[in-house]
Design a protein around this ligand. Structure first.
Ligand code: GLU
Length: 510
């Protein structure tokens, strides 16, 4: 038997307190298009209600932390045209806005839950937890913490503490109850507590988990509406229980449909470029990107038949709108839960529409601020200076830096002593190695060499293959330096596109 636990959630109809929303990206790599998508939705929601939009950096997972990532998040969100009212770089009354600067706050809150009986210390070692997991897997039950240390006596706890045993703090999920919260797009969602693990709140290194830090911050930062991607919906029961354990009022939850690849799988870098940096460097216009992201949730009303006729629109033109129009017309209740497709063909089409609207002067400025910027040409020039006889050869040697598509024929890229299949397999592995590499010469070289040694490809063969794919030719400016100037996002995209095209062609030949 389960009984119902009470919850106290912001009513969805009347908004008692001023609206405050946030995005909370983690600085774990290149800024993701999904962050801009959710950022835009939060921004619109706040602006439509004269509320505040907050940017918080969730950087407590130190194993995945990438130092350059935070600045890239700020830059690329500003590039698409978003601004925030509070955040690490702009300050605000509820800071600090970087979780790594708030660890003391989380520890105090974990202590509060230990004191009020809603959390407990769990002293198992990593090995003991792993053994527990293995036993459960063997017994074919879903792996979870078995709750053993829920019931330690005070004497046992004191003894472990005196020993200096490390511990985690876990949420004591009330048993045999169920809780219902409302998702604004889906309606009431009920979950059985017995299906919720006793979640770790504080790790043994004193750092909070995502769940604790996220809930504590949303509360202390007075967030009224949590508008985030659908992938977090499975965490929401844990959050709802945490709010209850603290005795806090729940925010409203809006879980936005996940972006999808054209094959409907969850958007992934295997199938789409997902880095905002890629779009910026490849010459997408920020206003086109923002328009595209605004289209995705389906919150913009499509033009009526009458408008189409009276304004002579073709329906595709109904897809073109500015940020100001989104602020006016975007309706959160229209959002459809079917996964919006991140369709590059559509984005390119939109971008073309925006390009054509630019005045010649604006078009020139757009070129000069992206693919023909001083800084880009300045970085390329030293790579070819010593190889040229006349300046007119610059284009011959550097065309691949300015091209979108480089597809060399097999006679250029396929190494003489290798088969098509083994070469493609090797490139796919190189792609994975490069994805993980820091984008500087030593790291790139060493990851390529390590892979080459492991797979018995000589450095020469290995670099030649990559050179042909990336530059379209077997002679080029120095490869690794060129890759650095071309940028990680675009280099990886070029390799991915090459693999896609080759695989498609091979399938057609079958
Ligand atoms: N840090 C999470 C992320 O990276 C935040 C999710 C949320 O909005 O609660 O997206």
């Amino acid at each position: 038997m389960t009984s119902k636990a009470p919850v106290n959630q912001h009513p969805s109809t009347q908004e008692a307190s001023p609206v405050r929303v946030r995005i909370a990206p983690s600085p774990t790599g290149d800024p993701h298009v999904g962050t801009a998508y959710i950022g835009l939705l939060n921004y619109i929601y706040a602006r439509q209600r004269s509320g505040q939009f907050i940017l918080r950096i969730e950087d407590t997972d130190r194993t995945r932390f990438v130092p350059t990532s935070e600045q890239m998040i700020f830059d690329s969100l500003r590039w698409v045209g978003l601004t925030w009212d509070e955040g690490p770089d702009v300050g605000g009354p509820y800071g600090p806005y970087r979780q790594s600067e708030r660890t003391e706050i989380y520890r105090e809150h974990a202590e509060m839950l230990l004191a009020n009986g809603h959390a407990y210390r769990s002293f198992e070692t990593a090995e003991e937890l792993e053994a527990m997991r293995q036993q459960q897997i063997a017994a074919k039950v879903p792996p979870r913490y078995n709750g053993a240390h829920r019931h330690l006596t005070q004497a046992q706890i004191d003894a472990y503490l005196a020993e200096g045993r490390p511990y985690t703090v876990r949420l004591k999920v009330p048993e045999n109850q169920s809780t219902t919260f409302t998702d604004e797009l889906r309606g009431p969602i009920t979950f059985d507590h017995n299906n919720v693990d006793d979640q770790v709140l504080l790790k043994s290194d004193g750092y909070p988990t995502y769940h604790l830090a996220n809930v504590v911050d949303d509360h202390l930062m007075r967030i009224t509406d949590v508008i985030r991607a659908e992938e977090w919906i499975s965490s929401t029961p844990k959050h709802v229980l945490l709010y209850a354990a603290f005795g806090w009022e729940l925010p409203r939850f809006w879980h936005m449909p996940l972006l999808r690849n054209t094959d409907k799988s969850k958007i992934s870098k295997r199938k789409n470029p997902v880095s905002l940096v890629f779009y910026q460097q490849s010459g997408y216009l920020p206003q086109a990107m923002l328009n595209f992201l605004g289209l995705l949730g389906g919150g913009m009303a499509q033009p009526t038949e009458q408008e189409i006729v009276s304004k002579g629109l073709n329906t595709k033109e109904g897809d073109i709108f500015s940020l100001a129009e989104m602020l006016e017309k975007f309706d959160f209740r229209r959002i459809s839960l079917g996964g919006p497709v991140f369709d590059l063909v559509k984005l390119k089409w939109l971008n073309g529409e925006y390009l054509r609207k630019l005045t010649p002067e604006e078009f020139f400025t757009a070129l000069r601020s992206t693919i023909l910027s001083d800084s880009y040409i300045r970085a390329i020039a030293p790579l070819v200076q010593s190889r040229m006889e006349i300046l007119g050869q610059f284009g011959d040697m550097t065309g691949f830096f300015f091209a979108d598509n480089i597809l060399p024929p097999e006679s250029v890229w396929l190494p003489k002593k290798r088969t098509f299949e083994e070469s493609l397999a090797f490139i796919a592995e190189q792609l994975t190695a490069l994805e993980a590499a820091a984008w500087e010469a030593e790291a790139i070289e060493s990851s390529l060499k390590t892979l080459g040694e492991a797979k018995q490809w000589s450095v020469k063969e290995n670099f030649m293959l990559l050179r042909a794919i990336l530059t379209g030719s077997t002679s080029s400016p120095p490869l690794v330096e060129s890759m650095i100037v071309f940028g990680k996002a675009r280099t990886l995209d070029r390799l991915r596109r090459f693999l896609d095209v080759q695989k498609k062609q091979a399938n057609q030949r079958k």
